[in-house]
Design a protein around this ligand. Sequence first.
Ligand SMILES: [Zn+2]
Ligand SMILES: [Zn+2]
Length: 308
Amino acid sequence: MKNKSKVLVTALLICVAAIGVNGTSINYGVRVHNEGIVIDGGEKTVGRNDADYKGMEKYCTDEEIYSCIEDAYFSTPVIEQILNDGRCLAYVDQLKAEGWIPQDFTPAGSKPSSTTQTETKAETPADNQTATSETKEQPKTETKTETKTETKAEPTQEEIDAAWEETERTEATCTEDGKIVYTNSITGDTKEESLPAAGHDYEVTETADATCTEDGTNTYTCKACGNTYEDAIPATGHAEGEWTVTKEAGMFTSGIKELTCEKCGEVLNTEEIPQTCPLPLAAVIGIVVAVVVIIGVIVVLVRRRKNI
Ligand SMILES: [Zn+2]
Ligand SMILES: [Zn+2]
């Protein structure tokens, strides 16, 4: 381990010298471990031994690996991989406190405190991510499903059934259905119960009677909503009464009789009453004249015979 360290320190010194010559070395004084390329005080390049971790894993103890992390051997993605491989788990809290890994990082295989791993992954540099993200993905999805089943199992079905409360009510009208909305205070689910429309409750509020010839109407009004409609009452039609004589017939003059409606008095029919004498007046006069003439002729003829 010590020989290895020496080699690494030598390589580091060469690197630092090369960066110093190019004038690109910057003394930031601040560690941003997620970046994996940050210089700490210009002395140690964080993550310079990322590639060595796989070999180191085989023969180093957790304690040794942790001290290598402390010496800025590894960048954040590799440290996360170390933890995901089940190494250095006893140092998770220290590593978080020192800022080597994000506060919300959870090693695979233990319960996650939150689910922002995707964000952390996006921040890590592409160089190291390709190797680490593949190994990380599978265990993480497993831990997520575990958490879900745990939270669901908390309230019992009976408690959920008892947690329904009426949160909204729309009364039904005569024509439109109403509803009651129930919300479950545990699950947040909602369900609706329909209140069927009651239908109009009509009563007759006004009546215009029908006459013999004109329709009448019944006006119906809903007691609940005031809606109205009219229903026609059909015209009754006339009722024929007795014939009435309005002018008596004379011997030679005709009379008149009328048929009226016994309800409204309207004259429905008029008829002529014939004169009482079956012969017309002129014929009677003619007959009388003819009779008088004949009698006169006979009288004249009888007197002439007596004189002869
Ligand atoms: Zn109504
Ligand atoms: Zn009538």
